[in-house]
Design a binder for this molecule. Structure first.
Ligand code: BTN
Length: 326
């Protein structure tokens, strides 16, 4: 009922909608409409009421709300439940706990703020309140542990397609799964796996998207290398829309992956990658590899052609581009 009221008010684009029309559409009395309006106001919606003209929507809550999320996720059945938190150390920790307790695939943990958000390679992930999408999703892909990198790449393709579906962004993937706009990072993905007998028990896919951060939200050292949708587009973006766009894309690609394997995902990833065919330096856990990244192999490893002609598969590394300053 609340969702329908918001939908109807939104359709008016700031104009009034009479209590009479609302009560007819919802098939409830005008007093009941008024009670729902009061409830929506308590949830953070700004609604102006006029005896003569009815109601008009002036503003939406800056916080994510369950009704809004459920409404935006109506088109997908991938998410069986959502845990929406105000502040948490890391959504990864909560999702891992839920996964251990048997949470089904697609379970989503979203937080307004993370106090110890973590990134790849033990880095920190800046997660200020209400500004971004900080979420973790439980996956139970039932694949061998060695194929886990494929899911990282799949998530990057899904996120890239999702952001492109929201605005015509010139966005590309830096191996393995950073999304960059104009050379600056806009999102990061962290997959943490738990395996038994070389099979994945579950994976927690952590997604961080800098949606509405402003320059003042970044520590000085990140300003040069990070950006947000708001900075790039010059307008705020609804976080629930970003979440839903990602889930829709992820579900599609995950279905393809289960039916057809990694090959179609690899093709999509390579088409969106902006870091292939440029001389690179990869710092792996077992040493430095220098050469030309030329594509992915069947397992999801990055293939790097070295100066002696050999091709080395790299699964995990920090990548830099000495000549391109990226
Ligand atoms: C990276 O690029 O280094 C990966 C960043 C991943 C950040 C997300 S935010 C939600 C989830 N919770 C975390 O603590 N990290 C991931």
């Amino acid at each position: 009922m609340d969702n329908r009221i918001i939908e109807l008010l939104e359709q008016q684009e700031g104009r009034y909608l009479s209590g009479e029309v609302l009560s007819q559409d919802l098939n409830i009395s005008r007093t009941a409409v008024w009670k729902h309006i009061k409830k929506l106001e308590a949830m953070g919606y700004q609604i102006e009421a006029s005896r003569r003209l009815g109601y008009r929507l002036l503003g939406k809550p800056s916080k994510l709300t369950m009704p809004e999320l459920l409404d935006k996720l109506r088109g997908t059945s991938f998410v069986p439940s959502i845990k929406l938190l105000d502040s948490v150390d890391s959504t990864q920790n909560v999702a891992q706990r839920l996964a251990e307790e048997g949470a089904p695939e697609g379970t989503l943990v979203i937080a307004e703020q993370q106090t110890s958000g973590r990134g790849r390679m033990g880095r920190n992930w800046v997660s200020p309140s209400g500004k971004g999408v900080w979420m973790s999703m439980v996956l139970r892909p039932g694949i061998p542990l060695q194929f886990a990198p494929q899911l990282t790449l799949l998530a990057a393709v899904a996120l890239c397609r999702a952001l492109k579906s929201i605005a015509p962004l010139d966005i590309g993937i830096k191996w393995p799964n950073d999304l960059l706009i104009g050379g600056k990072k806009i999102s990061g993905i962290l997959l943490e796996s738990t395996a038994e007998d070389e099979r994945l028990r579950y994976v927690v896919a952590g997604i961080g998207i800098s949606v509405n951060l402003e320059e003042a939200d970044y520590p000085q050292e990140l300003l040069e290398i990070a950006t947000s949708l708001r900075i790039v587009l010059g307008r705020p973006v609804e976080r629930s829309e970003v979440i839903a766009a990602f889930i829709v894309q992820f579900e599609q690609l995950y279905t393809v992956y289960h039916k057809e394997g990694f090959t179609p995902i690899r093709t999509l990833w390579e088409a969106l990658a902006i870091t292939l065919h440029k001389p690179a330096r990869l710092t792996t856990p077992s040493g430095v590899v220098e050469g030309m990244p030329i594509g992915l192999d069947d397992r999801g490893a990055l293939l790097v052609q070295c100066s002696d002609g050999s091709v080395v598969p790299v699964f995990s590394a920090d990548i830099s581009f000495p000549s391109a300053n990226r």
